[in-house]
Design a protein around this ligand. Structure first.
Ligand code: F6P
Length: 483
């Protein structure tokens, strides 16, 4: 953490917090610290600065732990949270479901990732209006908790599309606070954003403009946000400085790229469970080449087209039959949303179809695992020959950055142009249009054929770019923008 960040109290707000709880068979509560850029970023300042992380309780165990904690602060209940103070909000179940599943994940996520299959969806009816009111209530609960917890002049870093309304809800009541909003997703172009019904789009934009600083992972998403503000609010946008003059205030829009936490990754990858997975995977794949993907089972990750490209490769280039295995790790995600469940089924079907068409007694072309295992993912990064990262749209995509960092022999990266990571890695990855299955199949072929020296040289440059923006710096930049 650079020294110039002042020592004001720091508050973070995000739907998913840095810790989660589970109840064991004997009824005891167990807790697990999460990973990710925000956790590493905040941990780096938590030792020297007063911090408070406000998040939602996401399970019964979370609710139980939160309700037992003195003043609702989990750190005060004795959990080791790396110096951060954490407050989990117990949002009523129906309110949470409507805010998180219906509005945030089935609507805003779809708009920003351009996922709608428009003849059927979206379908904004009276039920959606009610869900939107719950999204407002959920945002208000966060705003209230932050207002209660914030000292004079505190810095507040609000995260993501779940909490777009929070900055405005706080602004009028506490002008002393310095508020940032950061989006981890892409931002929709105006042509897509305008699908949102009534004044929902306006409320979202105005909600975020309650902040002093609004951050994005890529200039593409920042500029899309500026375009939406100019189009729907008629706000006065300065395109050179990325500022927005609206409602008597000037708000700054910034780009803060996020890279891999190389040190944390290497340390974790040195553990015994990763070594065991490495041997097991090596045994499974044998002498064959390995094409790897690691994702949440998520529509925006474009897993079905990625597999279709692998199928096309085997169909059109028989030399690869029996010579390459596609390991696809697709971790369960957002299972309460019907589209996610259907998508995971489509992923399973596609893998099965390819295996039915090409599999032999001693070769399974696609090995799909729909189960979360971080150690296994790290081990697979170490030995992959090709890493396929082909999202339809992605705020950044850290798999594309983490894979090369852990690669032992250099990995050839096939990367979608629509991932924020393509801004940083584009010159050494094989870039593909995520909708173009044939182009992706060709890129897989080129990646598999890449000579060792070229692959290793590219990998070295990918690593250099991937580690240039560690999470500590990314988070520090958000805070410094508020100075
Ligand atoms: O990338 C956006 C994001 O909300 C992250 O902040 C989060 O880690 C990820 O998607 C997973 O989402 P969820 O918390 O819904 O599982």
């Amino acid at each position: 953490m650079d020294q110039e960040v002042d020592k004001a109290q720091i508050l973070v707000a995000s739907n998913r917090g840095p810790v989660s709880f589970s109840i064991g068979d004997d009824g005891t509560i167990d807790f697990r610290r999460g990973g990710g850029g925000l956790v590493s970023g905040l941990s780096s300042v938590a030792a020297e600065t007063d911090t408070l992380w406000v998040c939602a309780a996401l399970s019964d165990a979370d609710r139980k732990a939160a309700s037992a904690a003195p003043e609702g602060r989990l750190d005060r209940a004795g959990y080791d949270l790396g110096g951060a103070s954490v407050r989990m909000l117990d949002i009523p179940e129906q309110t949470f479901t409507n805010a998180y599943n219906s509005v945030a994940n089935s609507t805003l996520w779809f708009v920003h990732h351009m996922l709608y299959d428009t003849p059927n969806k979206p379908h904004f009816d009276a039920a959606f209006r009610a869900e939107w009111e719950d999204y407002r209530t959920y945002n208000a609960a966060f705003a209230e908790a932050l207002l209660t917890g914030a000292d004079d002049g505190a810095k507040v870093a609000v995260q993501d599309y779940h909490l777009a309304l929070v900055p405005r809800m706080m602004r009028g009541r506490r002008p002393d606070l310095r508020i940032a909003h950061f989006s981890h997703t892409p931002w929709a172009p105006p042509e897509y954003f305008r699908m949102l019904p009534g004044d929902v789009g306006r409320q979202l934009l105005e909600g975020m403009l309650g902040a002093d600083h609004i951050g994005f992972l890529s200039p593409r998403w920042a500029d899309a946000f500026l375009r939406c503000c100019a189009t729907f609010l008629r706000a006065d946008v300065n395109w050179d400085n990325r500022t927005i003059d609206y409602g008597g205030r000037v708000v700054e829009v910034g780009v803060h790229g996020l890279g891999a936490d190389a040190e944390g990754l290497r340390e974790r990858a040195a553990a015994e469970d990763v070594a065991q997975w490495r041997s097991r995977l090596r045994e499974t794949v044998g002498e064959r080449k390995l094409v790897l993907r690691v994702d949440r089972s998520e529509l925006s990750k474009n897993i079905v087209r990625g597999m279709a490209a692998f199928g096309e490769l085997l169909r059109d280039r028989p030399e690869w039959r029996g010579a390459v295995t596609h390991l696809a790790f697709a971790y369960p995600s957002r299972g309460d949303v019907a589209e996610y469940r259907a998508y995971t089924e489509a992923v399973r079907r596609t893998a099965q179809e390819i295996n039915d068409e090409f599999g032999t007694d001693d070769w399974t072309p696609v090995i799909l695992e729909v189960k979360d295992d971080y150690a296994r993912s790290l081990a697979s990064y170490q030995i992959a020959d090709v890493l396929l990262v082909n999202p339809i749209r992605d705020g950044m995509n850290l798999v594309a950055k983490e894979g090369p960092v852990l690669s032992e022999n250099g990995v050839a990266l096939v990367l979608s142009t629509e991932a924020g990571a393509a801004d940083d890695l584009g010159s050494d990855a094989l870039l593909v249009n995520p909708y173009d299955v044939t182009e992706t199949a060709q890129a897989l072929h080129d990646a598999l054929n890449m000579q060792d020296a070229e692959r290793q040289e590219r990998n070295a440059r990918l690593v250099e770019a991937a580690v240039a923006l560690p999470p500590q710096r990314w988070f520090g930049d958000q805070l410094r923008a508020l100075d």
